[in-house]
Design a protein around this ligand. Sequence first.
Ligand code: AVJ
Length: 373
Amino acid sequence: MTPRTPVTTPAGAPDTADTDDADSTDGTVSTDGTGTVAEATTFVGLTLDRHVHASDRAVNLARDVLSGLAANPRELPPKWFYDATGGMLFDEITRLPEYYSTRRERAILDDHASDIAAACPADTLVELGSGTSEKTRLLLDALRAAGGLRTFVAFDVDESTLAQAGRSLIAAYPNLAVHAVVGDFEQHLSHLPSGGRRLIAFLGGTIGNMRPAKRGEFLRALREQCGSTDALLLGTDLVKDPDRLVAAYDDGAGVTAAFNRNILTVINRELGADFNIRGFAHVAQWNAADSWIEMRLRAVRDQRVTIDSLALAVDFQRGDDLLTEISAKFTRGGITAELADAGWAVAQQWTDPESDFAVTLATPSTAPTAAPI
Ligand code: AVJ
């Protein structure tokens, strides 16, 4: 069973609770300090579930770094960008002139949140990879206006981001139960709180960080978790002029470069490595064949990196690449086809006037299509 930590925050009051060591490992439900057992589904205020603990994090990072550096080509999963600094750098990216996608998606949600709420008047909004939950408010407002909103489930790998977002949300929505779940959406989907009618939002284009086979697996797993009245709201970046795409991932101010290199800082700190971040250049390229942007770190000189926790030394020759992220770009038809393959029927699809970004609302189709053999 999963440790569950009700954070003792009266609705609407400023939250001073410390969530750091508040979880119990025996799986019991803690009390809220008044002697009342807090139920995740009814507790108004902030509840936190941890599926990833600080100790798992080190183990998972070690495993990913070990296999990623042994692979050819070398590769690291982009989820490791997002420590507190990485989250701040990503926030900064969303405000860059070159990085259009956050603004485009927000414009779509601004225009269509009420259509979304009308099509799926959910009592629970679930946001996967919620980050700072900023755009979420547009959806929360629309669902609240539609009448039945009770619970917001924020699902993210980074606990500090979640706790912060959760606190500001309960202050803004005093009658909302905010359920923060620390987890990895590639592993812990089956732990999503169930019950009621759920709108599951996966925004920002984050699905583009997965390769097509992974996306299929993910969408099928999500479909299996969903009942007939649940719906998926999926944000995807669209194919466009490669120059604009590359600029969005290689901005003039160098924020994306700092974001990219931050993955090395995370590994240095958490695995006792000695990456010299100035030894790696930021590279962003459009891969037309696979329809994705690739972000790489390229060794600017020959160098040896040691990783104490792994008892590992890794040699880089000048020009060697480390792939840190793919960010796939879609077509409207491609999105519909991938969803259909995974058992989802598109109910509605919206784009901004420039067709830079798409937001798709999909519902479970009668039966998920079998995975290809
Ligand atoms: C948060 C995954 C949607 O792929 O555009 C931004 C991350 N990487 N700049 C994206 C990112 C470089 C972003 N997502």
